[in-house]
Design a binder for this molecule. Structure first.
Ligand code: WTA
Length: 657
């Protein structure tokens, strides 16, 4: 396994934390025997398992004819069935007592707040759906969202789902360039945005990036921009194109029946970084996604009606889609949205929010946990966190010591931690503890969710032994798996299903992560095996950052690798060769860093840029990133250098030239 040897596991974690008897007793799934029974049932007959749950957990307008149509690598779930996820998230709760339960609790960074009951949320979603219709959006048309963390972000997603217009949410931290590419790829007809949002004590503008992305008719598909007023900042206005939400909202009806959607109708596209070229539009469809996010949320967070659930992700990522909006609301849960981020004026703001609303289920990322550790125990200890019941983590492997801190300082030693491994592509949790059943081990995402057949294999697809590193794969289709790369079936096939060559018609889903399984069948995810960085839990394609650098006139060639970073997990480290007339300088470094921010967004800003005369390449011209990774982290360059075109390049790089 040459390729994954660089991520050989060094973790020797032995600690085990079973759920307390008290917790297990009240939990929905309360023992490993119960988990195993579900797992075995699903493995024996996946179609029957999922059909039974689809019937029990969701409302369908029309029942399906076929549970699973699997023509590798293309899966269709609940074929012939009709439903609407916005109906399942809203309407069906309105005939119960949950009508007046808080659906969304929203806390703005400046301290303003809003609570929307299910009835109120339904009303606003219907209004936005009607506004979209009045702007010419029809079933099947794509709508781009570029939003701050305000209730209207969730409202817009649900409104799109309600009328069958797939949304594509573009993270508000992305630049105008990134926004333009994604809107063009999706051929969005309408963009929903806001004047801006509040973050770290500043009003951050959004509308100007939309204006810039659309300037000179560079996204010809876009006809209208619907703008939510949040910060009150002055905005440029394109008459005829731009529409204020607060002006049109009162003019439309609050009644908009949910469109019956085929189970396999597209629900959304979400762009994610790939190893090569442009971002991939990950396509998710309706029925399978609704079922799987509903069920994984229900069992993994053991949701009760008294819970207040808070996921700190942004709706621009899959975590926000599946576990702020769709999974929680489908369950009739109370989902909290927070606009802000820890900042110098209030580093303990997260714990203020937990205390203020009595948050019981808290879901965040290892990068945030590491940042909290640095800020010290006194911030959380100054707040009453006794309402917390379950803690979750997602985005990257969590270091065992960070896990221990989370457990001890935030969880008071009593809250089970659910370390959920999954991806944009998988739609929902794949490996995760069930909090009342699974004994947890710090740093392990533990076991597959029932219905998921995960394994570790070598590059030929052969299972490896206990504790041997290999590729994390999934053997059988699952309801919320991505259906394709938008507009590129071939890329979907190549990237995910042929990376490990199919044998005898058996296809393995390739996640791009390295992992090992211990003797108890616990999975330990080690990180990406491809050229994708994980910066603060967000996937960044090295290709995209390199392309951004090369688009600067001074840059001839660029190679980007990850360097370990205490808080962010990985930091962007760029090697750059310059065009003849330019010479290295600190000013140029700063300029290039800013250039990446302009092209992609602040999350992609290189922490370090090293100028060099040449990059190490194979004879076929491929950059040897392995060496660059070693160099970036100050390690000795290891591995076979014989395939290198010019051996002197490495020596020069070592000397920092
Ligand atoms: C990483 C986020 C270890 C992994 C939901 C995966 C994790 C990528 C975990 C997906 C975890 C996510 N333990 N690694 N619990 N969760 N990852 O698409 O490398 O933004 O492939 O989805 O994050 O990132 P994505």
């Amino acid at each position: 396994m040459a390729q994954s040897s660089s991520i050989e596991s060094v973790l020797q974690e032995q600690r085990v934390f079973p759920p307390s008897a008290e917790f297990a007793q009240q939990a929905r799934i309360s023992s490993m025997a119960a988990y195993q029974a579900l797992y075995d049932k699903a493995a024996a007959d996946p179609a029957a398992f999922w059909a039974e749950l689809a019937e029990q957990e969701l409302d369908w307008f029309k029942k399906w004819d076929t549970v699973l149509d699997w023509q590798p690598p293309f899966a269709k779930w609940f074929v012939g069935g009709q439903l609407n996820i916005s109906y399942n998230c809203l309407d069906r709760h309105l005939t119960t007592w949950r009508r007046n339960k808080a659906a969304l609790i929203w806390e703005g960074e400046p301290g303003d707040s809003r609570t929307l009951t299910y009835a109120q949320l339904h009303r606003e979603v219907c209004q936005m759906a009607n506004v979209l219709k009045s702007l010419g959006v029809q079933k099947g048309d794509r709508v781009g969202l570029y939003m701050p963390m305000i209730p209207e972000a969730a409202i817009a997603m649900l409104a799109c789902a309600r009328i069958g217009a797939p949304h594509t949410v573009i993270f508000g931290g992305f630049s105008a360039e990134a926004l333009r590419d994604r809107l063009n790829d999706a051929e969005a007809k309408v963009v929903i945005t806001a004047d801006g949002g509040f973050r770290k004590d500043k009003a951050v503008a959004l509308k100007p990036a939309v204006d810039q992305a659309l300037e000179d008719d560079s996204v010809p598909s876009v006809q209208h921009v619907l703008v939510v007023k949040r910060t009150g900042a002055e905005v440029d206005w394109s008459e005829g194109r731009d529409v204020w939400w607060h002006e049109v909202q009162p003019t439309v009806s609050a009644n908009c029946p949910a469109e019956p959607m085929d189970s396999e109708d597209m629900l959304f596209i979400l762009y994610t970084s790939g190893t090569t070229g442009k971002p991939k539009g990950v396509v998710h469809t309706t029925g399978g996604y609704n079922l799987y996010t509903h069920l994984t949320f229900k069992w993994t967070f053991d949701i009760q009606d008294t819970d207040v659930y808070w996921c700190t992700a942004d709706v621009g990522w899959i975590t926000g889609h599946s576990y702020i909006v769709y999974g929680p609301l489908s369950n009739g849960a109370t989902s909290l949205m927070y606009e802000g981020a820890p900042r110098p004026s209030n580093p303990g703001c997260f714990w203020d929010v937990v205390e203020k609303y009595g948050v019981s289920l808290f879901y965040t990322a290892p990068t945030a946990i590491r940042a909290f550790i640095k800020m010290g125990d006194q911030l959380p200890q100054a707040r009453d966190l006794s309402s917390l019941r379950i803690l979750g983590t997602v985005g990257e492997p969590i270091n065992p010591e960070a896990w221990m801190w989370y457990h001890r300082v935030i969880g008071g030693g009593r809250c089970p931690i659910v370390d959920t491994w999954w991806q944009t592509e998988t739609g929902g949790f794949m490996l995760t503890p069930l909090p009342g059943a699974t004994p947890t081990k710090p740093g392990s995402a533990t076991k597959p969710f029932p219905g998921i057949q995960a394994d570790i294999v070598d590059s030929e697809g052969n299972p490896v032994g206990d504790n041997e590193g290999g590729y994390l794969v999934v053997r059988h289709p699952w309801p919320s798996m991505m259906r394709t790369v938008y507009g590129d079936d071939d890329r979907f096939r190549r990237t995910y299903w042929e990376h490990i060559p199919p044998k005898d018609g058996q296809y393995l889903y390739f996640a791009g992560d390295g992992a090992r399984k211990d003797k108890d069948g616990y999975f330990w995810v080690m990180g990406r095996t491809d050229d994708v960085l994980n910066v603060s839990g967000h996937r960044l394609g090295t290709m995209e950052i390199e392309s951004a650098l090369v688009s600067h006139p001074a840059v001839a060639e660029a190679a980007v690798v990850g360097r370990k970073d205490e808080v962010k997990g990985e930091d962007v480290y760029a090697f750059v060769t310059l065009e003849g007339t330019y010479s290295p300088s600190d000013d140029l470094k700063a300029e290039l860093k800013q250039h990446v921010v302009n092209e992609i967004g602040a999350i992609a800003r290189p922490g370090e840029i090293q100028f060099t005369d040449a990059l190490p390449k194979t004879r076929s011209g491929k950059i040897i990133r392995r060496f660059l990774r070693n160099l970036a982290s100050g390690e000795a360059v290891v591995g076979d250098a014989t395939t290198m075109e010019d051996q002197s390049v490495l020596e020069k790089l070592r000397q920092g030239a």
